[in-house]
Write a new protein. Structure first.
Length: 256
């Protein structure tokens, strides 16, 4: 029996199908398709489905490639700290006075531990930094600024919302800890601010709902705005122009 074939309407991304009549029954046969990358030679061939572009992953969390230095020192028991519980919550029990600690050695290690998300490493690193910034003097903190830039950049580059929020709160405390700290950070804006520029507009749109995270300050967009304003207030006369260069959408809180 003679076979008749005709083209049937196709969907987007499908190859033309043919209807073959055999024994009075229509049999639909699909032509094989292949996928190809966009703007390639194969993408213009017949029976080819162009693959969509990959996601850029700007907000994708980067896992830790190797254990942090803070974790290594903690597992060896090299930190003069212990966990203490009281009626107000957990605290760090320092075995020696904080002002007698070598800030050049310990402060960069505690900043490196900001990338940790497991308990008690996360608590020790976060609370340890705040304790040292609160009780340390300007002469102890200011010379260590160049050594903490790489740990801060590494923590921000994880793009983990929890780690980024913790790092931003630590930067705010660092700027307000002593005089001249904000001005000392200005030359390092190129390492710190690119990630802030990516997450600056990442705010939570809760509509008419209640955002209970405001009390815990977990909104990345609000924390970035607060951090940039503190950088401008404590960074001297060159702070704004350097912030504006790295974060073009930032508006001055002093000039306006």
């Amino acid at each position: 029996m003679a076979e008749l074939s005709s083209l049937a309407p196709t969907r987007v991304g499908q190859a033309p199908s043919s209807l073959a009549v055999r024994g009075g029954v229509a049999i639909k046969s699909m032509q094989p398709t292949r996928s190809a990358e966009g703007f390639s030679v194969k993408s213009v061939m017949k029976n080819t489905e162009v693959e969509p572009p990959p996601e850029c992953g700007a907000f994708k969390t980067r896992p830790l490639e190797a254990p942090t230095g803070f974790r290594k020192f903690y597992e060896r028991g090299d930190f003069p700290i212990a966990l203490r519980h009281d009626s107000k919550g957990s605290k760090i029990a320092w075995k020696i006075e904080i002002r007698q600690i070598d800030f050049h050695h310990y402060l960069p290690l505690f900043f490196d531990g900001l990338r940790e998300t497991e308990h008690p490493l996360e608590f020790f690193a976060r609370q340890g930094v705040h304790d040292m910034l609160e009780q340390g003097t300007r002469d102890q903190i200011l010379p260590v600024i160049p050594q903490i830039i790489i740990p801060v950049k590494a923590a921000l580059n994880t793009r983990n919302p929890q780690v980024v929020c913790t790092t931003l709160k630590t930067l705010q405390h660092l700027v307000k800890s002593a005089e001249m700290i904000g001005e000392a950070l200005v030359p390092y804006y190129r390492q710190i601010l690119p990630i802030l520029n990516i997450f600056k507009n990442k705010n939570l749109n809760s509509g008419d709902k209640i955002d209970y995270g405001q009390q815990k300050r977990q909104n990345i967009g609000d924390l970035i705005q607060e951090t940039l304003e503190l950088f401008e207030l404590h960074g001297g006369e060159d702070a704004f122009i350097n912030i504006k260069y790295m974060v073009p959408t930032y508006e001055s809180c002093v000039l306006n």
